[in-house]
Ligand binder design. Structure first.
Ligand code: SF4
Ligand code: FES
Length: 241
């Protein structure tokens, strides 16, 4: 397949023609933060956390295929500030009580909060009133933490391709719902996948809370994105040997 050259923050990069920018960056050891994007499903560009500037214009890296000669700004102060504000807004818009959330340490939103040094809030908290759904045999769905990334809608489907999850309502009233009739017949494996694909603690498996102790969770010792950055460092060290 044809290879093309482009630049991210003045670093020469190479990618396969048509590769999405976020994946191409990762293959070149550059981490671009994401939340709604998930490998193996079509990107939907809903969270905007992967915002970059391409040849001077804003774009989302998860929905943009790389093209020859692109000049991309990613870790500039301006772009980092945009990402920082978007992450902060997600915290303020929902009810994210990290210290008591069983996904603490495994949550992508919390991990981005740490990576972007989010401290005192600049925007006011909305404290929305949201429900917790316990009707499904294997799942608890806590709408307080949902960031409406659509990962569940895009990835959790039955054999006919019908999604178990869907958006309800519009505008600021929009919320994810699950078809409880369908969910009654959801297999345990699919329920596990739904919990795994949710980037926050909104979809939880019943009976497994705190199974992985604090201190042994995904982001307890490694900040989000470090596996991409470390892979590049390891490759460089191998070259120097
Ligand atoms: S329930 Fe989880 S996966 Fe589904 S939209 Fe909300 S945050 Fe995303
Ligand atoms: S990861 Fe690109 S818009 Fe969400």
């Amino acid at each position: 397949m044809e290879k093309i050259k482009f630049q991210i923050d003045n670093k020469e990069c190479e990618a396969l023609y048509g590769q999405m920018l976020v994946d191409a960056a990762r293959d070149n050891g550059i981490y671009i933060p994401t939340l709604c994007n998930m490998q193996g499903t079509n990107p939907c560009g809903s969270c905007r956390v992967c915002t970059v500037k391409i040849n001077g214009r804003y774009a989302t890296a998860c929905t943009t295929p790389v093209a020859c000669g692109m000049e991309i700004e990613s870790e500039t102060d301006e772009i980092q500030e945009i990402r920082n504000a978007l992450i902060e807004l997600l915290f303020n818009e929902g009810n994210h009580f990290c210290p008591t959330c069983e996904m603490s340490g495994n949550c992508d939103l919390q991990a981005l909060g740490y990576r972007f040094d989010i401290m005192a809030p600049r925007f006011s908290y909305q404290w929305p009133k949201r429900a917790v759904n316990t009707d499904c045999p294997y799942l608890i769905i806590d709408y307080n933490r949902c960031i409406r990334c659509k990962r569940c809608i895009r990835s959790i489907k039955d054999e006919q391709g019908k999604s178990y999850f869907a958006f309800l309502n519009r505008g600021d009233k929009i919320e994810v719902s699950i078809d409880t009739m369908m969910a009654k017949n959801m297999s345990k494996e699919l329920a596990e996948l739904a919990a795994k694909n949710c980037p926050v603690g909104s979809i939880l498996l019943k009976g497994t809370a705190y199974k992985t102790p604090i201190g042994e969770r995904k982001y307890d010792k490694n900040r989000i994105g470090s596996c991409v950055e470390n892979a590049q460092l390891t490759a460089k060290m191998e070259e120097l040997k």
